[in-house]
Design a protein around this ligand. Structure first.
Ligand code: ADP
Length: 273
């Protein structure tokens, strides 16, 4: 049950022998479970007090014209910071849900072209007068079987990051490609921004890891976005690869297995009637 048993066939001096390794992981598993529970509990407990603080800050902000200017500015700053805290708490709660709940029951057919197009529109709004050129490119009407909410938030994270971390006017492409021989499909999110130095890449999906702390705080990031992306993909048996070249741009690609794809025409509850 809590033992991992590894069995090997080995050949010694021409004789076939069996080697068995047994490792008990109960303690490791319990510690990991405690960590997950702790993070979930802390995040949950912090939510209520923060809601109260935010409520009062909002009232202060409504009367800011009656406050001395310095207080008005302070109120604004406090509001910004407590919103950031709220975002961090929400992301931590989302991460712990991703780690602890089952995806079964949340699966549905997702029309990938519609989803990418609506993400493109949201990203264009986020870019505003920075006028990023955001495009989608897909030549099939494939559907993915998965959690719509989760995949939308993962893909949005990648595209919004590209908006946040590239200069105005940069190009951002979402490219969906099916792999030959039923090997699944790849969604690439590419930008032609400043890129990320290779030494950061292995740690990029760690919680709170950032290339440039100051810049990330400025953009309102929580440092949890890519950790969420990684977990969502993991739940969909998909995997994330990151390629980047400084001065040229960055490419995040999500590879979905064949089993998560459904072709147009396959009947679904929503579309069959
Ligand atoms: P954050 O909330 O800080 O955006 P993420 O986990 O989403 O956290 O991203 C981690 C870090 O990766 C960011 O702080 C940023 O430095 C870097 N990053 C993410 N996407 C890009 C991109 N498209 N181009 C350059 N840097 C990026």
């Amino acid at each position: 049950d809590d033992n991992i048993v590894l069995e090997y066939q080995i050949t010694i001096f021409g004789r076939n022998e069996r080697l068995m390794l047994v490792r008990n992981i109960t303690r490791l598993y319990r510690l990991e479970q405690m960590r997950k529970d702790f993070v979930a509990n802390v995040s949950h407990e912090l939510r209520t007090p923060l809601t109260v603080i935010n409520g009062y800050l909002e009232t202060f902000a409504d009367y800011s014209d009656q406050l001395p200017p310095r207080w008005g500015r302070a109120t604004h700053q406090m509001q910004q910071q407590s919103r950031r805290m709220q975002n961090i708490i929400n992301d931590l709660l989302l991460l712990s849900r991703l780690e602890t709940t089952d995806i079964e029951g949340q699966q549905q057919y997702i029309e990938i072209d519609l989803m990418l197009d609506s993400i493109r529109q949201d990203a264009q709004l986020l870019s505003g007068d920075k006028e990023h050129r955001i495009t989608t490119d897909l030549r099939t009407d494939a559907r993915v079987i998965g959690s719509e909410n989760e995949l939308r938030s993962a893909i949005s994270n990648l595209v919004f990051n590209a908006v946040k971390y590239t200069p105005p006017g940069s190009t951002i492409k979402m490219i969906w490609q099916e792999l030959p021989h039923n090997k699944g499909a790849v969604l690439a999110v590419e930008d032609n921004g400043e890129g990320i130095d290779a030494r950061h890449l292995p740690r990029l999906t760690e919680r709170f890891y950032r290339v440039d702390k100051g810049r990330s705080a400025e953009t309102g990031g929580t440092g949890l976005g890519l950790a969420i992306v990684k977990h969502v993909l993991l739940r969909h048996n998909a995997k994330l690869d990151i390629k980047s070249e400084v001065g040229k741009g960055t490419q995040f690609s999500c590879t979905f297995p064949d089993t998560s794809l459904a072709m147009q025409g396959e009947s679904t509850r929503e579309h069959s009637n």
